[in-house]
Write a protein that binds this ligand. Structure first.
Ligand code: ADE
Length: 251
């Protein structure tokens, strides 16, 4: 039967979801607290992994092996890379790449050695279906039901949009234009950057479990990133996470 594993990297990305759970039991494994419960009648296990590819990998492995989840959802924030992507927009992953994997000249840059895979594809039908419901949530008169207009103005969120494309992951927080430009030069199709998605994607691929990754843009992956990120996750990411996961569970 269906059990959805829901991960974020930090408490601010999953707290809104955990507060919506009923019939909760808490289980601690490997220093992480897994919240098992019901979300709108669906069995889920919710956890924050902590930041980075290793943290995310061990957490999703635990969801798969200990909790036997049948589907995996990662929700959280990301830094905007592509010029079309703005703070407050949502990116639904079509596929994910680990931009910091490089075993060349043994294997082509970015390919995971011995797996022979560079891009990991998310569950396409569900991802595409969610584009419409996320777009309705982002309509400004809907968004302002959940978030004060004054908070939205702080981040210049006016007409947020949903995008579908490539997400890049690696163990770096982007806080300079130099980091951002280097990624654009190597991988011009990337929409946003974060630190867990492609690791979760690789583990799910290897276990044959369908997954989706949905990221809200918290910053522009440049000089202002750390300030923007910190205020965004304090105020807004909780609401986006809760409302997006509601759409996922209902679909
Ligand atoms: N997640 C959110 N913002 C990020 C950034 N600027 N770099 C890496 N991961 C992020």
């Amino acid at each position: 039967s269906k059990v959805i594993g829901i991960l974020g990297a930090i408490p601010e990305e999953v707290n809104g979801i955990i507060h919506s759970l009923t019939n909760v039991t808490e289980v601690v494994i490997g220093g992480r607290k897994y919240y098992k419960g019901l979300l709108y009648g669906v069995n889920v296990v919710v956890v924050y992994s902590r930041i980075g590819k290793v943290a995310a990998s061990v957490t999703v492995s635990t969801l798969l092996l200990h909790f036997n989840v049948s589907n995996v959802v990662f929700v959280g924030v990301a830094g905007g890379i592509h010029a079309d992507v703005r703070v407050g927009d949502v990116v639904v992953a079509k596929d994910l790449i680990q931009y910091d994997m490089d075993a060349s000249p043994l294997r082509p840059k970015f390919e995971i050695p011995l797996l022979g895979q560079t891009y990991f594809h998310s569950e396409e039908a569900l991802s595409r279906k969610l584009l419409a419901s996320i777009e309705s949530f982002l309509a400004i008169d809907c968004l302002t039901k959940h978030i004060e207009p004054v908070e939205l103005r702080k981040f210049n969120i006016e007409a947020p949009r949903v995008h579908y494309g490539t997400i890049a992951s690696g163990d770096q927080f982007f806080s300079t234009n130099k980091q951002k430009q280097a990624l654009i030069d190597e991988l011009p199709n990337v929409l946003c950057v974060e630190m867990e998605g492609a690791a979760v994607a690789q583990v799910c691929y290897e276990f044959g479990v369908p997954f989706i990754v949905i990221r809200t843009i918290s910053d522009n992956a440049n000089q202002e990133a750390s300030f923007s990120f910190q205020s965004f996750v304090q105020i807004i990411s909780l609401v986006y996470g809760r409302e997006i996961v509601k759409e996922i569970v209902k679909s």
